[in-house]
Design a protein around this ligand. Structure first.
Ligand SMILES: *Cc1c(COP(=O)(O)O)cnc(C)c1O
Length: 407
């Protein structure tokens, strides 16, 4: 039987679960994605702690694989990248505009580019830039329909004029113009073409006002895969670099992408119960025959959604077994069936990982709760130890059996 590459085991994982991060998957995914775009620049989006995989390790891997920009929502994550010694351009797009913000000041001091979507934000950035002693480098954000950050088109001319004035007095430098699409996850939706047309108008208006932005950027993962005409000067890739489906109709495997994350946990107890046994709080599940139950030491405090109860998502000894009863804060039970021969305490359960290995995917988990894989993986709690596997990782045992998988 062919074995899958085992991960190292964190010492803590003997008790809890662990998040296995396959950095070589992230690296391979980025290389595959770069081949799909002619955009000269490639931003790896590492917000949300690198989509749950660890900010710094993911960022370093992404840069080695060919990304030349990093993106975070929060300024503090951008500053953390700088503190780790990362010097490539970083864009951040979510902050409270306050004149006394130490976070903004720190970001500007660390050469973090920030998004700019209102005159109020502009005045704050310009004021802080004056103290820091150099211009704030910004990417003007158009709200092309998401109604999240950014300036609406009716406010665009005013923002652009103020930005140009601030450039002249040395407090601002407009490096980019960008938007994020409301229909990003549905590439064929006509709303995207309409938003891109609005974006192109906004770029023209900025040029007419005397701004010279070098970078126009619009596309996140789904449009990287599906809409080359929306790539402009840079793409911003998140989900796809982690091997997750960016849209329902886009199967990562079809694009040579594979999941970079496997969540595992040991079975900490296996027990036989008779027919008619209620399981977990309020006995929402009752066994109809003698069954074996397995106890998994992860719960909703670790990011395991309560909504997975009843779903066959957990892979143990090569087969998928259902979650039985309510998920508790730190633990949940699985139904191992009427016969647990060959299953023992300490056996490793795969909650989700690479479907190619027979495990459920994070997207399967997302679908089970009416959401997507991104919600599942970004909620995996920081308390779970991360164990990194990279191309340098070697397992002699495995190498003998399947050398083609070790790079
Ligand atoms: C999260 C995010 C991205 C990446 O989106 P994916 O769908 O994960 O590729 C790109 N741009 C912005 C502004 C984002 O917030």
């Amino acid at each position: 039987m062919r074995r899958i590459a085992p991960f190292e085991t964190a010492p803590e994982a003997a008790l809890s679960g662990q998040v296995n991060v396959d950095l070589s998957a992230i690296s391979d995914n980025i290389k595959a994605l770069r081949k799909r775009t002619d955009a000269p620049h490639f931003m790896a989006v590492v917000k949300g702690n690198g989509y749950g995989r660890g900010l710094i390790d993911v960022a370093r891997t992404a840069l080695e694989a060919g990304a030349d920009w990093l993106g975070t929502a929060q300024l503090s994550e951008a500053v953390a990248l700088r503190r780790a010694g990362i010097t490539v351009p970083v864009l951040s797009w979510l902050y409270l505009a306050s004149q006394t913000s130490a976070t903004i000041r720190e970001a500007l001091e660390h050469d973090v580019d920030v998004s700019l979507g209102s005159v109020r934000q502009l005045e704050v950035l310009a004021g802080i830039a004056r103290h820091v002693g150099r211009p704030a480098v910004v990417h003007l954000e158009l709200d092309s329909g998401l109604s999240r950050g950014g300036a609406r088109k009716e406010d665009w001319a005013g923002l652009v004029a103020k930005a140009r004035a601030a450039e002249k007095d040395g407090t601002l430098k407009v490096r980019g113009i960008w938007t994020h699409l409301a229909w990003a996850d549905v590439p064929a939706h006509p709303g995207n073409a309409a938003a891109v047309a609005e974006f192109e108008d906004a770029v023209r208006e900025a040029h007419a006002a005397g701004l010279e932005p070098q970078l126009r950027h619009v596309s996140s993962s789904a449009n990287i895969l599906d809409r080359p005409e929306f790539h402009f000067d840079m793409v911003r890739a998140g989900l796809a670099i982690y091997g997750l489906a960016p849209a329902d109709h886009l199967n990562p495997a079809d694009f040579g992408l594979r999941p970079a994350l496997t969540v595992t946990a040991p079975l900490v107890m296996v027990k036989k119960v008779p027919a008619g046994t209620g399981v977990s709080y309020e006995h929402q599940a009752i066994t109809h025959e003698p069954r074996y139950l397995g106890l998994i030491p992860l719960g909703y405090a670790d990011g395991i959604p309560k909504g997975i109860s009843g779903r066959s998502l957990v892979q143990i000894a090569g087969r998928k077994v259902p979650v039985i009863g309510k998920v508790c804060m730190d633990q949940f039970m699985v139904d191992l069936g009427p016969d647990a021969a060959g299953i023992d305490v300490g056996d490793i359960a795969v909650l989700f990982g690479d479907p190619a290995s027979g495990a459920a995917s994070a997207d399967d988990w997302g679908a089970a709760i009416g959401s997507h894989g991104d919600e599942i993986i970004s909620r995996i709690a920081p308390r779970l130890p991360r164990v990194y596997q990279s191309s340098a990782y070697e397992c002699p045992d495995y190498q003998e059996e399947a050398p083609s998988h070790v790079h």
